[in-house]
Design a protein around this ligand. Structure first.
Ligand code: FMN
Length: 137
């Protein structure tokens, strides 16, 4: 149902604007690149969400139809991150703390989100923090 809303960016934005207006907390939205390879509309959707008052948008670098058949398209995620002012949280295929650091450094995303990586290694976040501490001193 969440992915189905990608077909209706205006309705999605209206819903987000309504929630954001009533919420005391920042409202973030998680989306995919589009419904399928022929209907990639992530840029349009992010523009709508930005105007609707989303505090950040998580972009999973796959279409709804792809499921996990292909690698997440980080070129597209990165392109979105670099061309919108709303903070973008990149998501897809981050299975280790070193991939999280590399994507954060290279993609232009404000943050990254791990899905299955946290199921495989629930301590991935601890490792990420520990390595950050080593890197930043
Ligand atoms: C068991 C499971 C449940 C998920 N449930 C949701 C969900 O309810 N909403 C959502 O937006 N994404 C859901 N996802 C997708 C993940 O949040 C994430 O976008 C996707 O797995 C890609 O990230 P990854 O490659 O780090 O796993 C789910 C994924 C898994 C494996």
């Amino acid at each position: 149902m969440g992915s189905a809303m990608l077909r209706k960016p205006r309705a999605l934005a209206k819903m987000v604007a309504g929630i954001a207006a009533e919420s005391e907390l920042p409202v973030t939205v998680k989306i995919r690149l589009g419904e399928n390879d022929k209907k990639i509309n992530v840029d349009t959707v992010v523009s709508f969400l930005e105007r609707a008052g989303a505090a950040a948008v998580t972009v999973h670098g796959r279409t709804a139809e792809q499921r996990y058949k292909k690698a997440a398209d980080w070129d597209r995620v990165s392109n979105v991150a670099r061309s919108h002012s709303v903070p973008i949280i990149g998501n897809g295929d981050i299975l280790t703390h070193y991939e999280a650091h590399a994507r954060l450094a290279d993609s232009g995303c404000t943050a990254v989100m791990a899905g299955r990586g946290a199921l495989i290694k629930p301590w991935i976040f601890k490792e990420f923090k520990e390595v950050s501490r080593l890197v930043t001193g």
